[in-house]
Design a protein. Sequence first.
Lengths: 313, 313
Amino acid sequence: MTKQNLNDCYQRIAPYIHKTPVLTSSLVNELVGAEVFFKCENFQKTGAYKMRGATNAIMQLSDEQRVKGVVTHSSGNFAQALSKAAQSLGVKATIVMPSNSPIAKKEGVKTYGGNIIECEPTIEARQSTADKIVEETGGTFIHPSNDLDVILGQGTACYELLQDYPNLDVVACPVGGGGLIAGSALAVHHFSDNTIVIGGEPFEADDAYRSLISGKIESNTTTNTIADGLRTQLGHHNFPIIKDNVNEIIRVTEEDIIEAMRFIWERMKIIIEPSSAVTFAAILREKNKFKGKKIGVIISGGNVDVTNLPFNI
Amino acid sequence: MTKQNLNDCYQRIAPYIHKTPVLTSSLVNELVGAEVFFKCENFQKTGAYKMRGATNAIMQLSDEQRVKGVVTHSSGNFAQALSKAAQSLGVKATIVMPSNSPIAKKEGVKTYGGNIIECEPTIEARQSTADKIVEETGGTFIHPSNDLDVILGQGTACYELLQDYPNLDVVACPVGGGGLIAGSALAVHHFSDNTIVIGGEPFEADDAYRSLISGKIESNTTTNTIADGLRTQLGHHNFPIIKDNVNEIIRVTEEDIIEAMRFIWERMKIIIEPSSAVTFAAILREKNKFKGKKIGVIISGGNVDVTNLPFNI
């Protein structure tokens, strides 16, 4: 995907998204020994960067496709993002959600006008239920991360960051399905010459880390992580982009994630979700690598269940 | 205090404080039926507006006074603010804290170099211990709210807000000791012709509400509120300013406070403390009064114990 593709994508979706603020903290900078610029997608519509890719994917559909609606399966942020993006664009969205999805997430989807179809809580049931809806309605299936239009849209967060801070040494973001890091890597590739891209990933869901080492897509052996947004599997559209443009993926423990999340909550007074804390945890874990650098950190989202937090320890 | 006093105060303290951002939320605006501008003092140094008044009070001391240090009693945000302000200005701060103060607050004071003297957890012990230190050291006692230089400093949050948003119909903030609302009322008085000032106060600590009605300083009969910053008593320096310049104080229940706090956390993704939620709760409680208005809401702080939140209900 070209520089022009990314420029066009940004112009296309800009009226439907927030240009999110970039925050800094002298305490964070002292702790890391570097300058950290937090791109706050937790302040994005629906509370996560997913709004960007969802909007772009729907806007790339033909009029005929739009009439038939869009379909996805997601129990997380993409479910709400696709619902909201579809609502903004006057398109019908059907969201396949596992029957055990948190009520708060289902309520979020309903708020944004998404039509929920429940399925058994297995990967197979999610895909087969979505396939069936596509067959019945003629709607277009949009994958939460393994889709080039989605990837391009997600890249606009980093695009905005680089417009405001063109001299970053490092851009860092979490790695789940790979949509955000692949999009960010494209933005860096096209818009910044001397910036490297770093990913953060839990040890408990380290498919991307192992894929980068082996050179082929590896599967998660566990997904037992508090970073619920990162339990997903790397896709074949994302991996080649990541392989070519991402320097390193740093893995973190569950304790690292909780500690980093708590630090950001307590010191910066912003609510970030565990998946977002993974990136800051990765930088803290290997902070000697980042001494004196200018680091852009994409805070991917802020959707947490405030009645069930990991701090009571 | 004059317009010039406030201008001078702002110029004086500006290098030592953050100019905090103003955030908006379309969800909030829809809910209230008005335009709400949140002045985010939770992002202020030490996590609360108290940094402003503490800095101004210390900067007004003579060189001789500075050498002998400053003294206060506080178990809350002013303890940390005075410590940090003193540290920035090379002045020694002694903080009298009740022995049952939360460890996190004591740690905060230590982080900023404050010297903690513990006392019995009674109002009398706090004042007598502080008096004794003043006598022994020759230090200057600085009251957390009932002090004209502190009031002037606190007013600079509203001063900044009015610089950025000169057409507000309403400025609203919480009322505890009265430093913030008195300072805000002065800023409105001098810098905005058509703006009214509204206070928010818990039913459980409604001394200011009752004082406005009776025309003289009333005492709290209870202080059994989650809004820990508002358990304090209105002072004789604050009350005359409030009486002349504040239109109304709206009281809220504990449930109102928790609900408003949760809404801001979940929808705006920022951490605000219960005392700050009181103001938004007051606006929600009487939202018919505010239809179509432009309302500046001062978010006073974001210091909460994340291991002990009120949402598990």
